[in-house]
Design a protein around this ligand. Structure first.
Ligand code: PEP
Ligand code: MG
Length: 898
C-alpha cells in the first residue's frame, strides 16, 4: 500500500479526485503540479496514515513510512538541487496539515524545518543574506516550539512566550517592527528562544533535521485531535475517522528581500461574488504574516488598491508611493499570477482561493482550493459561472450550499435608520451582513450577552468558538484575508477587519476611537458590507428574495419534483412564506391563535365549562375570531392548498396558573375561586404529551371539532363569495387507531354538510391525518382507506419512537452528542435509520391501499437539508417547513432530483 505520494516538476503520483486520501491541499498540489503550475516539490503522507497513527501509535507508523519518506525527501533534493541538513546548500521544508475539507487555521504548520546552527550559516552564504537566514531560523524555532514542543501562552491574558522575548528586545532597542531587528538582534533572539525552550521543557531544542521532521509529522497528526480541530469538526459534523494528511514541501521564501513577497488571492470577490481578481500581498514576508494580520497588507490589483485606499481615506499619491498594488510594483509577476488564476478557475470550474510566494523574482503557487464565500457570493458566483458557460444548470444548483442560503434570509440594516447612524470608524468590509450587539473583548466571553460583538486587535484560531457565538466580529488589525476575515466569511458572520483607528486595551477592557472611550457591554453595530462601525443599536428590516437569489430559486423549481409548503399560523407568516416561494401551507397550528389576549379568556371559559351547553356558549364566542383568522390565511395563500390542523395541545396549557389570573377568571365567570382552582388541578396530567391531547380532545369534546370545522368551511365559503379560491385540507392530529380518525372525520363531514345546506353553497375540501404516533405508521394501510392525505408529524414521531420527551430532552441530548452516543439531535435532523423506517413504511403501506395518497411532512425536519432529501427519496409529495427555511427546502428538493 502506498502511503506517501510525491509531486513536483509537472508530475504527481496523485490528483484532485483523491481528496479523501491526500486531503484537499495534497490533492490540489498534485493536480496543480500535473497541469504545469509551478508548485514547490514535495510529498503527501495520506490520511490513512493518520488513522493508523491513532490506532497503532508513533513507533509503528514511523517504521511503516520511513523508507517512503526518505525516498521522497531525496526526490525533493534532486528537483531543488539542495540537500536536507547540508551546511553548504541546505534544503529547508514546510510541514502542513491538510484534511479532506479545508479547516482554516485549525491545525498546525511548521515552516523552515531543517534548520540548525550550521545550516543557518549555509543558507546565509548561499543567499548572501545573513539577516534573512537568521530571521528564518528564529521563525522556525518559534513555530516548532509552539506546535511541536508546546510552547504556548500560559493564560489568555499572557502573550506567546517567544513574542514576549521579541517585545522585550524591541523595547530595549527602541524599535517597532519585526523587520527593524538587526542581524545581532536576530542571533540574540535565536539564542534566547532556545534558552526558553530548555527552561520550559527541560530539553535542548532538536538540532538533527530528521528528528525535527518526525517531530513535526507527529505533531500534525496530533493536531487533528487538538481542541480547535475537534471543535471545528464537531461544529461542521466532520467525523473523527477522516484524519488529516501531512504535506511536506520544499520551502520557498517570500522574505528574501525586496524582490520577494507573498500573498493570498481569490479569483472572484469572496464577499460579494463579483467577478474581479483580488487579494493581498506583502513584500519581504512569509505567508503567515499575511494571514496573521500583523502587518496591514497591500492589494494585488490596481483596482483593488484604489478601492482600498478610498475606504482607508488615503490620497492617490500616498497610495501609489506607499501602498502600491502588485500590478503596479511587479507587473511581470502580476501577469504571471493573473494567468495562473485564470487557468486554475477554469480548471476547477469554481472560485479559487490561492496562496503564492515570489522568491527572488520567481513565482511559486503554494496552494489553491475552492474559496470560502458568503451566502450572497455563493449564489452570485453560481449564477455567473452558469452565465459565463463554465458550468451547466445542474452544476450551478449543486454549487449552492443549502444551509448557507440562511444568511440571505437574515435581516439587514434599515436604510432609514442607517441615515441617522453615528459612524465612529471604518474598517475593511471583510464579511457582509448587519450585526448589533454589546462589546466583548475575549472570545471565551462571547456568551456573556445575548447579542455580543467580539472586538479584538486580531483573532486567532483559539477564538473560533467565541466568533461563532458572537453576532459580529471587529478587529483593529489585519486585511481581507486575515484569520478573522476568512473564518467569518466561512461562518457567514458579519465581520469588519483592519479598523486601524481603534485602540483596544484588553486589560482595561476598553475601545477608544478618536478620544471617545467605549466599554465592555456598550452597544455597537457593524455593517459588514461597507465596513462602517456604528455607535449603539441600529434597527433592521426583512431581506428580499431578488437578483441572483431569485434566479437560483427559479432554477430550483425547474428541477425540483417535490413541492415545498410552509408551516404558518398567521396571515403574516403565510405572506412571508409565499414571498419565499411556498407552494401552500402544510400545517396551521390552530392553538397558537388562542393564546392572544382576547381569545385566551373565551378559551378558558370553554375549558372550565362544566356542561356541554356552557362549552358551546364559549365556543360560539371563539368561532368568529377563528373564522377571520382562517380567512386571512386563505386569502394570503389564494389558489394554494392550506392544511389546517384541529386543536392539539393538552387543555391544561391554556388554563391560568397564577392566583391573580385565576381570581379574574372566577369573577368573570361568576364562579368561586375554588371552582377554578379545582378545575386547574383536575386538568393536571403526569404525562401531558401522552395525555388528553390531539384527536383525544375532539373525540371527547366533539363541540370543539364542530366549531373549528365551521370556522374553516365558513371562511372558505366567504372567500368564495369574494371570488377567492381556497383549498382547505382539514387535518386530524395524533391518531393511533382507525376509529379515532373515523370518529373525527364523521363530525367534520356532517358539520360541513350542515353548513353547505345552510348556505346553499359548497367548497371542495379534504380530510386527512397526521401520522405522528408509531401505531399510526404501522396501521397506515387501514388508515389510508379513510384518510385523504397523510402528513408525518416527525416531532411527535421522533419523541415517541425514541421515547425522548420533546420538552425534557435538552437535559441529556447535549451530553449524548458530546459522548458520541448520538451523532446529532434527532429533533433537528431526522433519524433516517430508525424513525425514517416508520416514515417509509407508513408511506408504502398507505399507498398500498390508496396508490395516489398525498403524503407530506410537517415536523421541524421539513426544512433540514438531509431530512428533505430523505423525504424526496421516500416519494413524498411535499415537505412543509417554517417560512425562512422555504428557499432552503426548494433548493434541496431540486438537488435531490438532479
Ligand atoms: C409534529 O409532531 O411533528 C408536529 C408537526 O406537530 P406539533 O409539533 O405541533 O406537535
Ligand atoms: Mg405533533
Amino acid at each position: 500500500k502506498q502511503r506517501v505520494y510525491k509531486f513536483g516538476d509537472k508530475t504527481a503520483d496523485g490528483n484532485s479526485t483523491m481528496k479523501n486520501l491526500l486531503g484537499g491541499k495534497g490533492a490540489n498540489l498534485a493536480e496543480m503540479s500535473a497541469i504545469g503550475i509551478p508548485v514547490p516539490p514535495g510529498f503527501t503522507i495520506t490520511t490513512d496514515v493518520c488513522t493508523e497513527y491513532n490506532l497503532l501509535g508513533q513507533e509503528a507508523v514511523v517504521a511503516m513510512i520511513k523508507e517512503e519518506v526518505e525516498q521522497s525527501i531525496a526526490n525533493i533534493e534532486t528537483l531543488m538541487g539542495t540537500t536536507f541538513g547540508d551546511k553548504e546548500n541546505p534544503l529547508l521544508i514546510s510541514v502542513r496539515s491538510g484534511a479532506r475539507v479545508s479547516m482554516p487555521g485549525m491545525m498546525d504548520t511548521v515552516l523552515n524545518l531543517g534548520m540548525n546552527d550550521e545550516v543557518v550559516q549555509g543558507l546565509a552564504k548561499k543567499t548572501n543574506n545573513d539577516k534573512f537566514a537568521w530571521d528564518s531560523y528564529r521563525r522556525f524555532i518559534q513555530m516548532y516550539g509552539g506546535v511541536v514542543l508546546g510552547m504556548k501562552p500560559a493564560s489568555k491574558e499572557d502573550i506567546d512566550p517567544f513574542e514576549e522575548i521579541m517585545e522585550n528586545l524591541k523595547e530595549k532597542r527602541g524599535i517597532e517592527l519585526d523587520t527593524d531587528f538587526s542581524l545581532q538582534d536576530l542571533q540574540d533572539l535565536v539564542f534566547d528562544f532556545k534558552g526558553a525552550v530548555k527552561k520550559r521543557t527541560g530539553f535542548d531544542f532538536p538540532t538533527d533535521p530528521w528528528d525535527q521532521l518526525w517531530g513535526a509529522i507527529i505533531a500534525v497528526f496530533n493536531s487533528w485531535n487538538g481542541d480547535r480541530a475537534v471543535y471545528y469538526r464537531t461544529m461542521n459534523g466532520y467525523p473523527a475517522d477522516w484524519g488529516t494528511a501531512v504535506n511536506v514541501q520544499a520551502m520557498v521564501y517570500g522574505n528574501m528581500g525586496d524582490n520577494s513577497g507573498t500573498g493570498v488571492c481569490f479569483t472572484r470577490d469572496a464577499g460579494t461574488g463579483e467577478n474581479v481578481f483580488n487579494g493581498e500581498y506583502l513584500i519581504n514576508a512569509q505567508g503567515e504574516d499575511v494571514v496573521a494580520g500583523v502587518r496591514t497588507p497591500q492589494q494585488i490589483t490596481k483596482l483593488g488598491s484604489k478601492r482600498w485606499a478610498e475606504l482607508a481615506k488615503i490620497e492617490e499619491d500616498d497610495r501609489r508611493e506607499n501602498y502600491p498594488s502588485l500590478e503596479e510594483l511587479m507587473p511581470t509577476m502580476f501577469n504571471e499570477l493573473n494567468g495562473y488564476q485564470d487557468i486554475l478557475e477554469k480548471h476547477y470550474r469554481d472560485m479559487q482561493d490561492m496562496e503564492f510566494t515570489i522568491q527572488d523574482g520567481k513565482m511559486w503557487i503554494l496552494q489553491t482550493r475552492n474559496g470560502k464565500r458568503t451566502g450572497a457570493a455563493m449564489v452570485k458566483i453560481a449564477m455567473d459561472l452558469l452565465k459565463e458557460g463554465m458550468i451547466n444548470e445542474k452544476e450551478a444548483l449543486l454549487l449552492v450550499e443549502p444551509n448557507k442560503l440562511d444568511e440571505l434570509l437574515h435581516p439587514v440594516f434599515d436604510p432609514i435608520a442607517l441615515k441617522r447612524a453615528n459612524i465612529i470608524a471604518q474598517g475593511l468590509p471583510a464579511s457582509p451582513g448587519a450585526a448589533t450587539g454589546k462589546i466583548v473583548f475575549f472570545a471565551d466571553e462571547a456568551n456573556k450577552y445575548k447579542n455580543s460583538i467580539l472586538v479584538r486587535i486580531e483573532t486567532s484560531p483559539e477564538d473560533l468558538e467565541g466568533m461563532n457565538i458572537a453576532k459580529g466580529i471587529l478587529t483593529a488589525r489585519g486585511g481581507m484575508t486575515s484569520h478573522a476575515a476568512v473564518v467569518a466569511r466561512g461562518m457567514g458572520k458579519c465581520c469588519i477587519s483592519g479598523a486601524g483607528a481603534l485602540k483596544i486595551n484588553y486589560k482595561k477592557r476598553t475601545l477608544t476611537v478618536d478620544g471617545h472611550e467605549y466599554h465592555e457591554g456598550d452597544w455597537i453595530s457593524l455593517n459588514g458590507s461597507t465596513g462602517n462601525i456604528i455607535e449603539g443599536k441600529v434597527a433592521t428590516i426583512e431581506p428580499e428574495l431578488s437578483g441572483e437569489f431569485a434566479e437560483i430559486m427559479e432554477l430550483s423549481d425547474k428541477y425540483a419534483k417535490m413541492k415545498v409548503r410552509t408551516n404558518a399560523d398567521s396571515p403574516k407568516d403565510a405572506k412571508v412564506a409565499r414571498n419565499f416561494g411556498a407552494q401552500g401551507i402544510g400545517l396551521t397550528r390552530t392553538e397558537h391563535m388562542f393564546f392572544e389576549l382576547d381569545r385566551i379568556k373565551a378559551m378558558r371559559e370553554m375549558i372550565l365549562a362544566d356542561t356541554v351547553k356552557g362549552r358551546k356558549q364559549a365556543l360560539e364566542d371563539l368561532l368568529p375570531m377563528q373564522r377571520s383568522d382562517f380567512e386571512g390565511i386563505f386569502e394570503a395563500m389564494e389558489g394554494l392548498a392550506v392544511t389546517i390542523r384541529l386543536l392539539d395541545p393538552p387543555l391544561h396549557e391554556f388554563v391560568p396558573h397564577q392566583l391573580a389570573t385565576q381570581k379574574d377568571l372566577a369573577e368573570e365567570m361568576h364562579i368561586s375561586l375554588q371552582a377554578v382552582k379545582n378545575k386547574v388541578a383536575e386538568l393536571e396530567e403526569f404525562n401531558p404529551m401522552l395525555g388528553h391531547r390531539g384527536c383525544r380532545l375532539g373525540n371527547t369534546y366533539p363541540e370543539i371539532t364542530e366549531m373549528q370545522t365551521r370556522a374553516i368551511i365558513e371562511a372558505a365559503l366567504n372567500l368564495k363569495e369574494r371570488g377567492i379560491i381556497c383549498k382547505p385540507e382539514i387535518m386530524v392530529p395524533l391518531i393511533g387507531t382507525v376509529k379515532e380518525f373515523e370518529a373525527q372525520e364523521q363530525i367534520i363531514r356532517s358539520t360541513a354538510n350542515t353548513i353547505f345546506k345552510e348556505r346553499n353553497d359548497s367548497v371542495e375540501y379534504l380530510v386527512g391525518t397526521m401520522i405522528e404516533i408509531p401505531r399510526a405508521a404501522l396501521m397506515a394501510d387501514k388508515i389510508a382507506e379513510k384518510a385523504d392525505f397523510f402528513s408525518f408529524g416527525t416531532n411527535d414521531l421522533t419523541q415517541m419512537t425514541f421515547g425522548y420527551s420533546r420538552d425534557d430532552a435538552g437535559k441529556f441530548l447535549p451530553i449524548y452528542i458530546e459522548k458520541g452516543i448520538l451523532k446529532v439531535d434527532p429533533f433537528e435532523v431526522l433519524d433516517q435509520e430508525g424513525v425514517g423506517q416508520l416514515v417509509k413504511m407508513g408511506t408504502e403501506r398507505g399507498r398500498s391501499t390508496k396508490p395516489n395518497l398525498k403524503v407530506g411532512i410537517c415536523g421541524e425536519h421539513g426544512g433540514e437539508p438531509s431530512s428533505v432529501e430523505f423525504c424526496y427519496n421516500t416519494g413524498m409529495d411535499y415537505v412543509s417547513c417554517s417560512p425562512y427555511r422555504v428557499p432552503i427546502a426548494r433548493l434541496v428538493s431540486a438537488q435531490a432530483a438532479i
